[in-house]
Design a binder for this molecule. Structure first.
Ligand code: FES
Length: 222
């Protein structure tokens, strides 16, 4: 696969904008990998060559990075990439059960995509949202306090094309390619949409206010 001239032109324009944000061009590799993922739905061979060319790197240097991070997909992800946290806390709170029932329901396993290209599944490590365990993510938006039944319903709704809203974040879920473009640093204007901190995350703050607690003075501070 080679990029069509108009696609190549658009990618180059976006890549130059991203590279211009960094003092050294090679620092733009991570966002550029997200950029090609937003075009192809995964980090394609052509995409990696494009990154190497734009940044003056060897393809081996690019591949060394793209194969290290699990957010870069080596084969096409689904339109909706569904992650289930199976790290310790989520696992004991039901994440393992969700994963077991969801994989059977959807018919694909870890890092696999349904034949219609709509859903891919991934076993995720901690999403840093343990206070909402068990947690799932779709295209990196949070779905908190899940159960096997709610997880299966969520995936069915996505496959049926229904509007699905994350528990926190924007009111409408974007596609995997759209999310990749945001991760490349190209704003979709929705960063401030919806609540980010909520419920149990703010419990410590509520308690501190109620008790009149404040942070201890820093040692050595005047
Ligand atoms: S263990 Fe699942 S979010 Fe931390």
């Amino acid at each position: 696969m080679t990029y069509a001239p108009e696609v190549r032109e658009r990618l180059e324009r976006d890549a130059k904008e991203i590279i211009g944000r960094y003092p050294k061009s090679r620092s733009a590799l991570l966002p550029l990998l997200h950029l090609v993922q937003s075009e192809d739905g995964y980090v394609s061979d052509d995409g990696q060559e494009f990154c190497a060319e734009m940044l003056g790197l060897t393809k081996a240097e690019v591949v060394g990075v793209s194969t290290f991070y699990t957010m870069y997909k080596r084969k096409p992800a689904g339109q909706y990439h569904v992650g289930v946290c199976i790290n310790t806390l989520c696992a004991v709170m039901g994440g393992d059960q969700i994963w077991e029932e969801l994989t059977e329901h959807v018919g694909v396993g870890h890092d696999e995509t349904t034949a219609d290209g709509k859903i891919s599944l991934e076993r995720l490590e901690c999403n840093a949202a343990c206070d909402f365990a068990p947690v799932m993510m779709v295209n990196w938006e949070f779905f908190d306090n899940q159960t096997p039944a709610s997880a299966k319903q969520l995936v069915d709704d996505l496959r049926d094309g229904k509007d699905v809203a994350p528990t926190r974040g924007p009111k409408k879920l974007c596609t995997f390619k759209e999310a990749s473009r945001v991760l490349a640093g190209m704003s979709d204007g929705l960063a401030g949409d919806g609540p980010s901190a909520a419920g149990p995350s703010l419990e410590g703050l509520r308690l501190a206010k109620e008790k009149g607690w404040s942070k201890p003075p820093r040692e050595g501070a005047e």
